[in-house]
Write a new protein. Sequence first.
Length: 64
Amino acid sequence: MATFFLALGLVLVVEGLVYALAPSLVEQLLAALRALPHDSRRLIGLGSIAIGLVLVWCAKMLGA
């Protein structure tokens, strides 16, 4: 459970930094995402989930 909170906290920190440091970039990224078909967005989401799980697993193996 501690790993879940660690991962969630890190996601919130990174998301907050993006919105705080580059709000115009966020708008550009959202416009680019709107242009993608639903299936492409779904694949990007699934790929992000897979990469995130691997990173959390690696961090856990390293003792986080």
